[in-house]
Design a protein around this ligand. Sequence first.
Ligand SMILES: Cc1cc2nc3c(=O)[nH]c(=O)nc-3n(C[C@H](O)[C@H](O)[C@H](O)COP(=O)(O)OP(=O)(O)OC[C@H]3O[C@@H](n4cnc5c(N)ncnc54)[C@H](O)[C@@H]3O)c2cc1C
Length: 200
Amino acid sequence: MISRFAKAFIAIVVALLLLSTISFLHPNSRAYLDPFSGELLGEDGMEKSLRKGQPPPPLAGVEGGVIMSKLGNATAKAALGRATWKLIHTMTLRYPENPTQDERDALSSYFHLLSRLYPCGECAHEFQQLLQKYPPQTSSRRSASLWLCSVHNHVNERLGKEIFDCAHLDDEYDCGCGDEPIGTSALPVNEAVEMMRGGR
Ligand SMILES: Cc1cc2nc3c(=O)[nH]c(=O)nc-3n(C[C@H](O)[C@H](O)[C@H](O)COP(=O)(O)OP(=O)(O)OC[C@H]3O[C@@H](n4cnc5c(N)ncnc54)[C@H](O)[C@@H]3O)c2cc1C
């Protein structure tokens, strides 16, 4: 004769065995809640493992206001500007001639994030307004580099600086990277500049 205590003990053991079998067979039940972010994470710590078959969520943080405060030091502001222009012009001049949708999204997100995080808050504010008026052109290396050249010229104009001739982009930013300059592509660069000027 089994005592009531033994019956209860066996029932608990069976229930525990059942629960552990279910958790072993069903991967999502091995997910856990990140104690810091509150996000539900899969076994491998990747949120996407719980989203199989669904499109990725939109990239958070791309849209939004300026994050940084005013940069009072004029020398630091100018040095930061020169370094940034060098980086982003070189980037657009090395951008693919025929970018994929993912590459186009990446470039567009990059400029929008830069307009939030640029370390000179007042410059970032002006840059955000420029991006609203002239959204990043990402369909090719040529359109991206000429778009940026024209945006830089808008900044030059506002600051009372000389306007740069965008037909000279290749010479100015020859990084020695061994890649094809935009001037050797199907449409000569000066024709493309004319096209941009005419708003075509
Ligand atoms: C996004 C952004 C916003 C900024 N906003 C402000 C602002 O609001 N107020 C402020 O005081 N400063 C701002 N700056 C800094 C400013 O644009 C200059 O970088 C800084 O004043 C130093 O100027 P510079 O005369 O040395 O030449 P820069 O304008 O820094 O240019 C560096 C070099 O790039 C070349 N160049 C010039 N124009 C072009 C062009 N159109 N296309 C390609 N190459 C070109 C020239 O060879 C030039 O010497 C900003 C910088 C950036 C990146």
